[in-house]
Design a protein around this ligand. Structure first.
Ligand code: P6P
Length: 335
């Protein structure tokens, strides 16, 4: 439901005015990301009509087949970030290393770093299942010139803003700049993101869990016992929970943010550190969920406190309603 007719840009500017030392560059950067995602939304929504589906015949650093929309989204975001002049380095799931930005494009201070997953869940593209863009913004730690690896490897607590765009039945952008979580729905007729969810909060406890149970046999005893607990009957604690799993992180996360839920992609025998990426999946969603009153953990550690060692580092991810995540952590700790 619309709280009031407010565009994303107007909301960002109003939030910025509350910060005396704000220079407007973060607002510009968020606006640049929103612009890129509007264009990506156009391509995602008409992908079925033009020959952009299918493979590019190349693989990304993850060894995954790159679908053309992945490539398109990555190129577009990188280009808009570079031309926007507010970043000194860009880190993408599709790029093996970070992309340093020199200052010849304009005289802004290039004071931010952006990590992004340009099109998460892209294996679902051909099946017309919701997919998404996830982004994470840090202030640089170096003082001038192109960004460095130290700029790119900061703990999640240092994020100044984070967000995602889910391309589904409608295109919705959710972001936080550290003062609450806000959601905007794209009105394609005017090309504006309009405020649709102001100050989002996630229910403290839920009745929904979201995980790929096909991995059950590979999980630790603690995770197995937690999922068994959720599935057993006990009316006093609202069990059994319902299972909802899209297989697209942004779609699963967004549903849980709205209605409550716990998402788990734990470590397993095959993925010793889990499957999902710390810098451009876990950290941004962890900032959002904590701002919304939820919790994000590796099972044993707060996601935002994990000290990154590499750009594509993986982490187990248990994220969502606070009481549910605490319960999952207890099962893992006790077993
Ligand atoms: P699985 C999609 O490929 C993705 O990276 C996330 O969006 C999603 O949560 C996860 O992988 C799904 O993985 O192993 O359940 O197919």
């Amino acid at each position: 439901m619309l709280n009031k007719f407010q565009t994303l840009y107007r909301h960002i500017i109003e939030e910025e005015r509350k910060i005396p030392e704000a220079t407007g560059q973060l607002s510009d950067l968020l606006g640049d990301i929103a612009l890129a995602c509007k264009v990506i939304s156009l391509e995602v929504n008409r992908a079925g009509l033009i020959d952009i589906l299918g493979m590019t015949g190349t693989q990304n650093v993850q060894g995954e087949e790159v679908k053309k929309l992945d490539d398109y989204a990555n190129t577009l975001l990188t280009r808009i970030m570079r031309l926007g002049g507010h970043t000194c380095a860009i880190c993408s799931e599709e790029e093996e290393s970070f992309v340093p930005i020199d200052e010849k494009y304009c005289d802004f201070s290039h004071k931010y770093i952006v990590h992004f997953d340009p099109l998460d869940g892209s294996s679902n593209i051909d099946a017309n299942i919701s997919i998404g863009t996830i982004f994470s913004i840090y202030r640089r730690v170096s003082t001038k010139g192109p960004g460095t690896i130290e700029d790119c490897l900061q703990t999640g607590l240092k994020q100044v803003a984070a967000g995602y765009v889910v391309y589904g039945s409608s295109t919705i952008m959710v972001y936080t700049a550290g003062k609450g979580v806000h959601g905007f729905t794209l009105d394609p007729s005017v090309g504006e993101f309009l405020l649709s969810y102001g100050n989002m909060t996630i229910p403290k406890k839920s009745k929904t869990y979201s995980t790929n149970e096909g991995n059950y046999s590979k999980w630790s005893e603690g995770v197995k016992k937690y999922i068994d607990y959720l599935k057993s009957k006990d009316s006093k604690t609202d069990r059994p929970y319902s299972s909802r799993y899209v297989g697209s992180l942004v779609a699963d996360f967004h549903r849980n943010l709205l209605y409550g839920g716990i998402f788990l992609y734990p470590a397993d025998e095959k993925n010793k550190n889990g499957k999902l990426r710390l810098m451009y999946e876990a950290n941004p969603l962890a900032m959002i969920v904590e701002q919304a009153g939820g919790r994000a953990s590796s099972g044993t550690k707060r996601i935002l406190e994990i000290a990154p060692e590499s750009l594509h580092q993986r982490t187990p991810l248990i994220i969502g309603s606070e009481e549910d995540v605490l319960m999952a952590e207890k099962f893992i700790k006790d077993n």
